[in-house]
Design a protein around this ligand. Structure first.
Ligand code: B3K
Ligand code: ZN
Length: 869
């Protein structure tokens, strides 16, 4: 049977709702008995059939108002009760199911993680626990009783407040939880296990004391402190910036080893991938520290944007995700460097979201058609979704945006809402017309802005002409004009900023692009200016303006906007790569341009002013980032040219790099912004120096002198990428030291998988047998197989097809054990239209092989179908 698609336009209110649930879990990894007592209310008087979602358990029976009930029909995904002669509109159903958590490798529903048991219900995992109206617009109050062996599972956790507990004669104990807030089933959670517990409290702005509890594997208590600090910072920030206060008396976070994604915002009981909880200087890099803080904050922020106000249907996912990503980005920006955060987010968006829009899975931030919901937790829904919120913020300004938030919350608290509810609240609270802006929710694709300019010396006038175009995408042929906020600035040749004026009046630096072609004229411009276009990346678009190298160097040197300075360097790098790729493809000698050299010299010479920005600016874009500026990608050529550039830059700037490297040495490791900036800058210098004759000694010393993971990994990375003599001994040393810790070994696996060596695939295959590797653990699979496929394009796209064959072999296994992880890993294989014919044929063959599987999961089915179209 072919999986069926659901359409946004088909949304209908449910005929029945569930107002209360009492869940009783007799927990055991081999056999868990669940008794669910639902209070059901009929909302449509005509309705005579109640269809409940459910699968992947053994159904034990159903009672209606306490009496055994048999007028039902069952299929692979549901139970439909015949309620033709229903006497009252309110009744009780008692449903019993039997689960086998230890056998559940999908990591959805109730499953075993290490020695513990936990749940993952979003998007549609609750239905793997029991039959339920498993849709986000059914909001119920949950009470949950958990019973399990006390020695194996001393902690029994669920949502809300602990209201009772007791012991049984047979060595089991039980705990009962009550969540006073109405919630959809996807926010339900259970955890049972033995943990180390870090406790703290937070006093809210209205003076309530909230218990904070972080549960980690035994032995990891010392790695939980940063997560706790992050949580408190997030709680405080949400009060200060958004006026939002936490609502329950307890907030729990549990770190588990086996988890399909980053974390989950279950009401009052977040469940986290341990990767986003655990951090200490020895095991976590600066980047990991930032990742922990931002995911902790993201899940916390969901308490309002997601939980108190949830989504009416899954097509509205961006309502909670786009908004919550925007909120976590703002949190990081307010606490650390706004410019650096913006640059990192834009890098990510350009590399992954632009690629998604250009591929077979293109969809608007509010999709219209879905087969497997888990496939739509995408960079488009999340990151482009956040860009759309950010544009609203730009158009309204902070004050009106916050007024809009207040209105949105006042109108929708306790409800399941739509994206339209949000935009409408923003519009009414601010008085800003968002009619055309709404199209961002329904149109997929990356708009292109083409800019040309004219300077009229006599009239002292400067004109910008801007055209917008969104090309057809895989999902949508017809495109319309969007409302695009384009933030600009003008600079003189001397680097001075020119005021934006029309006649003598100042004009806004945010241009409203709404038509296909528009011209903006600025007056009193005394010399031909250099335009800074798309300051702060004010819209998620591609920008095309024919900058000269001189103009880019002017921007790099003088633009006030840090994003513009960084982006000028990105353009220089990309131009350099393109020119040399051309030469390489023609069999000509590659050359290193003076323009790029002067630009990088300027950056290095000014690095002391802002080492973080210098680090970001000097960093050579990854192969996958470069790839996005081509419609047909040459993975081999890009790797060769990038390597050439790396070596050429290192040679040309060696003296400056070594001075900078030595100047930025730090006496001790501290997680503070200034030090992190210096470390990042110093490690970028190291990454270049590795390609010079100083490399081997320097990197070897860097590794052995490191007292923290950031420096250790920087050395290991440099040694691997530059294929230094010390590489093998350093890799072996790390392996020996960290073999016991899978999370740390993930860094090592990912490095191995991205080695530039010819035989990297052999290495990767070999590492599938490594004692720290575990095929059942998604983190390990992503680190080794995921990194190979997504971050080593030259090897993955090897022209003999070996990379594709390897990935397909792995996907065949994952298709049966964990389709959700399989569906993430397949991404680099479905973007075949971006490659030459020979590669396309090979990729096609791999996809056909998967398509032929007789148990192909809907997750893979959806992507393969689209890719082969
Ligand atoms: N809401 C979860 C993601 C659930 C993914 C389900 N496949 C984490 C987050 O976005 O906060
Ligand atoms: Zn989220």
């Amino acid at each position: 049977m072919q999986p069926k698609a659901k359409f946004r336009k088909d949304y209908r209110q449910p005929d029945f709702t569930v107002s209360e649930i009492y869940l009783d879990f007799q927990l055991d990894p081999e056999q868990t008995l669940v008794t669910s007592t639902l209070t059901v209310e009929r909302q449509n008087a005509e309705a005579t059939q109640l269809r409940l979602d459910g699968h992947s358990f053994e159904f034990q029976g159903v009672k209606f108002n306490g009496q055994p009930f048999s007028r039902y029909q069952q299929d692979a995904e549901s139970l439909t009760l015949d309620l033709a002669d229903l006497a009252a509109d309110r009744f009780q159903l008692e449903i019993q199911t039997l689960l086998r958590p230890s056998q559940n490798t999908s990591l959805q529903g109730l499953y075993q993680s290490g020695e513990g048991i936990c749940t993952q219900c979003e998007a549609e995992g609750f239905r793997q626990i029991t039959y339920m109206l498993d849709r986000p617009d059914v909001l119920a109050k949950y009470r949950t009783k958990l019973t399990a062996c006390k020695t194996k599972y001393p902690y029994l956790l669920s949502n809300g407040n602990r209201i009772a507990q007791g012991e049984l004669a047979d060595g089991r104990h039980w705990v009962e939880w009550d969540d006073p807030f109405f919630k959809p089933s996807y926010l339900f959670a259970v955890v049972a296990g033995d943990f180390d517990l870090l406790k703290d409290t937070f006093t809210t702005m209205s003076g309530r004391v909230v218990d904070l509890e972080i549960y980690v594997d035994r032995g990891n208590l010392a790695r939980a402190g940063w997560a706790m600090e992050s949580l408190k910072r997030a709680m405080k920030w949400d009060e200060q910036r958004f006026g939002l206060e936490y609502d329950l008396d307890i907030y729990m976070i549990v770190a588990v080893d086996f988890f399909n994604m980053g974390a989950m915002e279950n009401k009052g009981l977040n469940i986290f991938n341990a990767k986003f909880v655990l951090a200490n200087p020895q095991t976590a890099t600066d980047e990991d520290y930032m990742g922990v803080e931002s995911v902790i904050a993201h899940e916390y922020f969901h308490n309002w944007t997601g939980n108190r106000i949830t989504c009416r249907d899954w097509f509205q996912l961006s309502l909670k995700e786009g908004l919550t990503v925007f909120r976590d980005q703002e949190f990081t920006s307010d606490l650390w460097s706004r410019a650096a955060k913006r640059i990192e987010d834009v890098r990510f968006l350009r590399a992954f979201q632009f690629a998604e829009d250009a591929g077979p899975m293109a969809h608007p931030i509010r999709p219209d058609k879905v087969i497997e919901m888990n496939n739509f937790y995408t960079v488009t829904v999340y990151e482009k979704g956040a860009e759309v919120i950010r544009m609203i913020h730009t158009l309204l300004g902070e004050a009106k945006f916050q007024k809009g938030m207040q209105l949105y919350i006042a109108e929708n608290d306790g409800k399941a809402a739509t994206c339209e509810d949000f935009v409408s609240a923003m519009e009414r609270a601010s008085g800003v017309d968002l009619t055309q802006f709404r199209r961002w929710y329904s149109q997929s694709g990356t708009p292109e802005l083409t800019v040309s300019d004219e300077y009229d010396e006599k009239r002292q006038a400067y004109r910008l002409t801007i055209s917008q175009l969104t090309r057809p995408t895989a999902d949508q042929v017809e495109k319309v004009n969007l409302h695009i906020p384009l933030k600009v600035a003008l600079y003189g040749q001397d680097g001075k900023k020119i005021k934006l004026q029309y006649e003598i009046a100042s004009v806004s630096d945010v241009l409203d692009i709404t038509n296909e072609h528009q011209t903006f004229e600025f007056h009193n411009v005394s010399q031909r200016p250099v335009p800074a276009l798309l300051c702060d990346f004010s819209a998620p678009v591609r920008l095309d303006y024919n900058y000269t190298t001189e103009q880019l160097i002017t921007l790099l040197s003088y633009a006030e906007n840090e994003f513009i300075r960084w982006d000028a360097a990105q353009t220089l790098f990309t131009n350099e790569l393109k020119t040399n790729l051309n030469r390489y493809q023609q069999g000509e000698e590659m050359l290193f341009s003076d323009g790029l050299l002067s630009a990088l010299t300027i950056v290095l010479d000014n690095a002391h002013q802002d080492p973080e920005l210098a680090a970001l600016t000097l960093m050579l874009p990854k192969e996958t980032e470069f790839a996005e500026s081509f419609s047909i990608i040459d993975p081999q050529g890009i790797a060769v040219v990038r390597h050439f550039m790396q070596t050429a830059i290192a040679e040309a700037l060696k003296d400056r790099l070594i001075v900078a490297y030595n100047q930025h040495k730090l006496p001790e490791y501290r997680v503070v912004a200034d030090d992190m900036a210096k470390r990042a800058f110093r490690n970028v210098c190291l990454s270049y120096l590795a390609f010079t004759d100083l490399g081997n000694n320097l990197v070897y010393k860097h590794y052995h002198q490191a007292d923290n993971m950031t420096d250790t990994l920087a050395a290991l990375n440099a040694a691997t990428k530059a294929q230094l003599a010390c590489r093998d001994s350093l890799l072996a040393d790390f392996d020996q030291k960290w073999q016991h810790d899978g999370l740390v070994m993930d860094k090592w696996f990912a490095l191995q998988a991205t080695r530039p060596d010819q035989n990297v695939l052999e290495v990767v295959k070999h590492l599938l047998e490594h004692p720290s590797f575990n095929f059942k653990n998604p983190n390990r699979v992503r680190a080794l197989v995921g990194a190979f496929a997504a971050q080593n394009p030259r090897a993955f796209h090897a022209i003999d097809g070996s990379g594709y064959r390897f990935l397909v072999d792995i996907l065949i296994q994952l298709n049966s054990s964990n389709p959700q992880v399989a569906s993430r890993l397949i991404e680099p294989l479905i973007k075949l239209s971006r490659y030459d014919n020979q590669r396309q044929t090979l990729m096609h063959r791999g996809l056909e092989r998967l398509k032929g599987l007789d148990n192909l999961a809907r997750d893979l089915f959806e992507k393969i179908e689209k890719a082969l179209q």
